[in-house]
Write a protein that binds this ligand. Structure first.
Ligand SMILES: Nc1ncnc2c1ncn2[C@@H]1O[C@H](COP(=O)(O)OP(=O)(O)OP(=O)(O)O)[C@@H](O)[C@H]1O
Length: 573
């Protein structure tokens, strides 16, 4: 597994090690672009030391002839010109690397993050909130941008700084130690301060998400906000969250300002130290004036790349905070949805619950207690019970959206947990009472982009769900685009679209969780009759609050007081 996959699956952890692994991976994948950029940086590093050397020569050979001086001056100009050209070339190369690497990394990694998100169990999504999950894409972009763009700049600055350091050490080791020591101190101070800014970044990211969540919820719940006249209160809620975000933003910026001020202060002070020590050495004849000028020039030049390293290192902290957030998608809790994993099963064996109990939190009261229940293959069952009694919980356990806290779902005699989730859900399909609509055509909303379904199958499913005439009456029929709110379909029509979406998949066990609750009783009766006809010989479980609908079923299950039992005296059917 590569480092990026490990990151999006939460196996990489966070901190500098994770950061380094990602960078190495990016370099490996983008070696073709990265190598010339590094080579150019190296060449730049070597050339950068030439002008100061020539300037020092120029000063120390002031008594040499005009010809020699002219040659030296020409050399200085040529060295600066070469440096300028190489610098421009390197900048161009680096940008090319940055753009290409970032685009390629995004293309490879963003879909993996989405797939990871889709494999999260439902409760994980609830814990983290949808808005936070959306934000993880921003975090990923932050990481990719840094790895592909800022990190090469950091490397270039490091190479330049190293070239200057070698030059100083060669010219005069003692003064070099003074100059480099003071410069290193600037970098270390900045690095230590930058480490503190990582925590500030992390709190800002959290506050940013809280404010963003309000925005997402507000736009998603516009109808409720309007009907409840809640716009002012929502705006105030947002203002509160924004206030908190602004406070953490200010704290983070303050940390950055501390870091920058410390490193700049130090770096500006370094030439002062070099002047004092250098002049003292010149007075003792240990250093020529040319060499002193060389030291001063290089010490001043060093502040560029070292300052740049300080800035980039500070930006790296932000990336590490982003990496830590992506790593929050814990691998251990991902659903294994790989098509062929786990054993397959035959629905003929029937499903049953053995001693199933469930509580949503360790300290919460149990919703279900020791439920033993057979769901015989081919039976049609109506499930009734009071609101909050545990019917949906039971359905979610049978559909394996969650594991029960106690007991097991059995397929035949074996624990269903051993069956791959994908083959299981292909056969056991649960439809909630709210049909989630995608902003796409009616046909795409039925097939959910599964190209194995053809148009006649779509139309047939819509007809069985009682939506055939409605769709035929629309100008663009099955091609009619729907908004994410389901417009132009009514609530009941959306539910029927959900039924078509389920039926086209030909499940062996279909659970309708109040999936026709928005229909009028007559239409509901017709749709359920159609569904029962299609599901003949296969298992159908209909959760309902409507007595007249439940009464049409020969087999009825009552969920009550944490238990579930069939009503006596009714024919299995
Ligand atoms: N995600 C959850 N976290 C915590 N408690 C939950 C969660 N989902 C449901 N519950 C609780 O479990 C109990 C049973 O809920 P469930 O949705 O299964 O009932 P239901 O019979 O389907 O209700 P209704 O007929 O109103 O749809 C309720 O008390 C509910 O508060």
């Amino acid at each position: 597994m590569n480092a990026w996959d490990a990151l999006v699956e939460g196996r990489l952890g966070s901190g500098p090690r994770a950061f380094w692994e990602l960078y190495r991976e990016a370099c490996r994948a983008e070696a073709g672009r990265f190598a010339p950029a590094i080579a150019a940086s190296l060449a730049l590093g070597l050339l950068a030391v030439l002008p100061p050397i020539l300037i020092a020569q120029l000063i120390d050979r002031a008594e040499a002839g005009v010809g020699a001086m002219g040659l030296l001056a020409l050399g200085v100009l040529a060295a600066f010109a070469a440096l300028a050209l190489l610098d421009a070339g390197l900048t161009w190369l680096r940008h090319r690397f940055t753009i290409a690497a970032q685009v390629r990394l995004r293309a490879r990694i963003a879909p993996a993050l989405l797939i990871t998100g889709l494999r999260l169990p439902l409760h994980k999504l609830r814990d983290n909130s949808r808005a936070t999950m959306m934000r993880s894409f921003d975090d990923l972009d932050e990481t990719l941008g840094f790895i592909a763009g800022t990190m090469p700049e950091f490397v270039t600055a490091a190479i330049l700084a190293a070239s200057y350091a070698v030059l100083l050490l060669v010219v005069h080791p003692l003064l070099a130690v003074v100059s480099l020591g003071a410069t290193a101190l600037a970098f270390v101070t900045a690095a230590v301060l930058a480490r503190r800014s990582r925590n500030a970044f992390a709190s800002w990211i959290l506050d940013r998400d809280r404010a963003f969540t309000v925005i997402v919820e507000a736009f998603a719940s516009l109808l409720t906000i309007k009907s409840m006249n809640a716009h002012r209160a929502i705006a105030d809620r947002f203002a509160d969250k924004l206030k908190a975000e602004n406070a953490s933003l200010a704290a983070m910026r303050q940390r950055i300002a501390d870091t920058e001020a410390a490193s700049r202060g130090w770096l500006t002070f370094v030439p002062g130290i070099v002047v004092v020590v250098g002049v003292w050495m010149v007075s003792r004849g240990e250093l020529s004036i040319g060499e002193l000028v060389l030291f001063l020039t290089v010490s001043a030049s060093l502040s560029g790349p070292v300052g740049s390293m300080c800035t980039h290192w500070e930006a790296a902290q932000r990336t590490m905070a982003a990496i830590a957030r992506i790593a929050e998608l814990r691998a251990a809790e991902l659903e294994d949805l790989d098509a062929d994993s786990g054993r397959d099963w035959s629905p003929d064996a029937g499903l049953s619950l053995a001693g199933v109990g469930h509580r949503y939190a360790a300290d919460a009261a149990p919703v279900l207690r020791a439920v033993d229940l057979a769901l015989d293959s081919g039976s049609h069952i109506a499930v009734t019970g009071r609101s909050g009694g545990g019917k949906t919980t039971l359905a979610h356990i049978v559909a394996r959206f969650m594991q029960p806290s106690e007991g097991a779902v059995l397929a035949g005699a074996a624990d269903a947990a051993g069956i791959g989730l994908t083959p299981y859900r292909r056969r056991v399909l649960m439809l909630p009472h709210e049909t989630e609509i995608f902003s796409a055509s009616i046909a795409d909303n039925v097939t959910l982009w599964d190209r194995s379904f053809c148009l006649p199958e779509v139309m047939e499913a819509l007809r069985i769900a009682g939506l055939g005439e409605v769709v035929d009456g629309l100008p663009r029929r099955h091609d009619t685009p729907l908004s994410a709110d389901g417009e132009p379909l009514s609530a009941g029509q959306r539910q029927r679209l959900g039924i078509a979406r389920a039926l086209i998949r030909r499940p062996d066990v279909l659970i309708l969780d109040e999936a026709t609750s928005s229909l009028d009783p007559q239409t509901e009766a017709e749709v359920i009759a159609n569904v029962r006809a299609v599901m003949q010989g296969r298992t159908l479980i209909v959760i309902t609050h409507r007595e007249e609908l439940a009464a049409r079923f020969g087999r009825r299950l009552a969920v009550k007081g944490g238990g579930a039992a069939y009503l006596p005296g009714l024919e299995p059917g």
